[in-house]
Design a protein around this ligand. Structure first.
Ligand code: ASP
Length: 324
C-alpha cells in the first residue's frame, strides 16, 4: 500500500472513531435538550508541542465564547442572538482569523467574510471582502434583517453598515504583530463559527473569517456562501464549516450534508461522515453542526480543530486535537 493510501486509511479510521465518541446524544430518540451550542475557531494543523500559554489562551477563549452564548440561550434568548454574540466575541479576539487579527491578503489588507442564517425562516445574510467593518458578523445580520438580499460585497456592504451605525475602523485596526509577521506564509487557521439550538427549537448558524492567508485581493471563500460554509434549516440542521474554502464551495458542503439528511434520511452523524469521508480530503477542514433534535457533531479531517460545546445538562468543554 502506498504511503498516501496508508495515511488516508488511517485518517478515515480516526474520523470514524472520532464521530462515535462525540455524537453521544443518540439518534433522535432522546428528548430534545432545551438548548445546545457548538463553536469552532478553525481547523488546520496546530502542533502538539505549541507553547502552553498559547494553547491555554485558545481554550480560554473557546470557553468564554461558550459562556456568552449559553447565557443567552439559558435565559430564553434566540439561537440567532447566541451565534451572533459568540462570533462577535471571536472577531474581537485577535487569536482567531476573523475580525481583529485576521490573515492579510497580498496587498497586506484584511478582507473579511461573514454570514449568518436562521433555520426557522431560512433567511440568511452575508458580507464579503469588507475592509472597514469592525464586526462583519453584525453587518451580515443587517443584510439578513434590513435588505431583500443575501450577500453584499465590499463597498455596498460597508455603506449599509455605516448607515446603520455599525462601528467602522481603519484597515490598520485589524493588524496585530502576528498577522503582520506571518503576512506571506499565514495558514488560514482560525476561522470562527457557532451553531445553536434555542428553547423554541430554532436553529441558527454563523461563520466569520479573514479567508486564506496571502489570498488574491477580492478572493471570497466559503464562509459567506450560504450552503457552502454556513447553513441552517429547522427541518435538518445548523452547520458552520472551516477549511479550504474553494473545496467547500465546489461541493456545497453545508447544504450537501443537510440534503443527505432531508432526502436520504441520514442522521446528522451519518451525513457528516459521508461528506467528510468521501468528499473532503485529509487536511481539508471540518464542520460543527446541531440537528433539530439537539444531536451535535464536531468533525474534521485535519490534525486539529479549535472547538467546543455546551448545552442543557452538559459541562462546557473546549478541545483542540482529535484525542481530547
Ligand atoms: N474556509 C475559510 C476560507 O476559505 C478559511 C478557513 O476556514 O480556514 O475562506
Amino acid at each position: 500500500m502506498s504511503r498516501s493510501r496508508v495515511i488516508l486509511l488511517f485518517s478515515t479510521l480516526l474520523l470514524i472513531v472520532f464521530t462515535v465518541v462525540f455524537s453521544t446524544r443518540g439518534k433522535g430518540t432522546h428528548e430534545r435538550p432545551k438548548y445546545m451550542l457548538v463553536v469552532h475557531g478553525g481547523a488546520g494543523y496546530y502542533p502538539k508541542d505549541s507553547p502552553k500559554e498559547i494553547t491555554e489562551a485558545y481554550n480560554r477563549s473557546l470557553l468564554n465564547a461558550l459562556k456568552i452564548g449559553e447565557d443567552i440561550l439559558k435565559s430564553g434568548g434566540t439561537s440567532l442572538d447566541a451565534v451572533t454574540a459568540v462570533v462577535q466575541y471571536f472577531e474581537n479576539d485577535s487569536l482567531f482569523n476573523a475580525g481583529k487579527g485576521a490573515v492579510l491578503n497580498r496587498d497586506g489588507i484584511a478582507q473579511l467574510d461573514a454570514s449568518v442564517m436562521e433555520g426557522k425562516t431560512t433567511k440568511a445574510g452575508a458580507v464579503a471582502a469588507v475592509e472597514h467593518i469592525k464586526n462583519p458578523i453584525l453587518a451580515a445580520r443587517l443584510v439578513m434583517e434590513k435588505t431583500p438580499h443575501v450577500l453584499l460585497t465590499g463597498y455596498g456592504a460597508e455603506r449599509l453598515a455605516k448607515e446603520n451605525g455599525l462601528e467602522m475602523v481603519d484597515s490598520s485596526y485589524f493588524y496585530t504583530a502576528k498577522n503582520r509577521a506571518n503576512w506571506k506564509d499565514a495558514k488560514s487557521k482560525g476561522t470562527v463559527g457557532a451553531v445553536a439550538l434555542d428553547m423554541e427549537g430554532n436553529l441558527a448558524a454563523a461563520t466569520s473569517t479573514g479567508g486564506t492567508g496571502y489570498k488574491l485581493p477580492g478572493r471570497i471563500g466559503d464562509s459567506p456562501i450560504i450552503g457552502a460554509g454556513t447553513y441552517a434549516n429547522n427541518n435538518t440542521l445548523g452547520i458552520s464549516a472551516t477549511g479550504k474554502g474553494e473545496k467547500f464551495i465546489r461541493n456545497s458542503v453545508a447544504f450537501r450534508i443537510s440534503a443527505l439528511m432531508e432526502y436520504k434520511n441520514m442522521s446528522l452523524e451519518e451525513a457528516c461522515s459521508e461528506v467528510l469521508n468521501n468528499v473532503l480530503d485529509p487536511e481539508d477542514g471540518g464542520v460543527i453542526a446541531i440537528d433539530k433534535n439537539g444531536n451535535f457533531v464536531l468533525m474534521f479531517t485535519t490534525n486539529s480543530m479549535f472547538r467546543g460545546f455546551t448545552g442543557e445538562g452538559l459541562t462546557p468543554k473546549a478541545m483542540i486535537w482529535r484525542d481530547e
